[in-house]
Design a binder for this molecule. Structure first.
Ligand code: SF4
Length: 104
């Protein structure tokens, strides 16, 4: 999802004067450090991000409803879009395997 990092809502980031490239590296690092069981599949991530990309509630890299970076919020399995009643995307449900364990 393209964005410009110059006017981020997060004052801490603004004070750090992050470039778009630095922000991308930061977001990639945070997502990469998530435990695999907490992170959505690539397919789910892309589907969620494509919804955020065309959402009127998105402002640059940030969701205006929750204040999260869209990439980070969308990368976490248990998260859902914060739109009340009609979220753009919902939690990724783990499926039980035949052995009784959780798939994913
Ligand atoms: S999380 Fe939901 S409300 Fe926020 S930008 Fe994405 S689709 Fe829009």
């Amino acid at each position: 999802m393209p964005y410009v990092a110059g006017d981020l809502l997060c004052l801490k980031c603004r004070d750090m004067n992050l470039s778009g490239e630095c922000l991308t590296e930061y977001l990639d690092r945070v997502i990469g450090e998530l435990e695999s069981e907490d992170r959505v599949s690539e397919e789910t991530y892309r589907a969620r991000i494509s919804v955020c990309a065309s959402c009127p509630n998105r402002w640059q890299a940030t969701c205006r409803l929750c204040g999260c970076y869209c990439q980070i919020r969308a990368s976490i399995r248990k998260n859902r879009c914060p739109i009340p009643g009609n979220p753009g995307w919902i939690e990724e449900i783990e499926e039980e395997t035949e052995s009784g364990g959780l798939d994913g």
